[in-house]
Design a protein around this ligand. Structure first.
Ligand code: ZN
Length: 171
């Protein structure tokens, strides 16, 4: 890893990083890979960035306490929604969302629950989408193997085995 500032090679170190870039002020990443240059510049490398953000969103959704303004904003970003889009989804004005996120007014308990439910549903949807995508990939792989007349079947596809054998035999 080269330094952004002086282009010298950096040393790899591991350290604790107060992850304020997330928009949350109470997240510390332990043993995070970092690169340090002789000039004092540090480069951070956040492994599995998307998974980390999803994990943080899940922690926020599951916590029983009131959402902070930072957490409201974090959840909105998790949904990939603008303030205006979230406002329209929750049937409030965009000004209301801005006020929640700037801390000018407190988000009510009912809206907290609604927002948490929307994020929760978003993740459920993602899980289903990922499973379907995985199945599509496996299926395509099997189709290619059939064309090449060699078949390796992963365990979850036992149900298809008989059918595929039949197709293979008749190919
Ligand atoms: Zn440097």
């Amino acid at each position: 890893m080269k330094c952004d500032k002086c282009h010298k090679e950096c040393r790899k170190i591991a350290g604790t990083h107060h992850y304020t870039e997330s928009g949350l002020d109470n997240v510390w990443l332990l043993n995070m890979p970092m690169y340090e240059c002789d000039c004092g510049h540090k480069i951070f490398e956040i492994p599995a960035f998307m998974q980390l953000h999803d994990f943080l969103a899940k922690l926020i959704v599951e916590k029983p306490l009131d959402l902070t303004r930072e957490e409201v904003k974090f959840l909105r970003k998790t949904l990939h929604k603008s303030s205006k889009e979230l406002a329209s989804l929750l049937e409030v004005s965009p000004v209301t969302v801005s006020r929640w996120e700037s801390g000018k007014s407190k988000i009510s308990h009912a809206y907290q629950l609604l927002l948490k439910t929307i994020v929760y549903t978003h993740f459920k949807h993602l899980i289903v989408e990922n499973a379907l995508e995985q199945m599509r990939k496996e299926r395509e792989k099997i189709e290619r193997q059939i064309k090449k007349k060699t078949i390796e079947l992963p365990l979850p596809f036992i149900a298809h085995k008989a059918l595929l054998r039949y197709r293979y035999a008749n190919a």
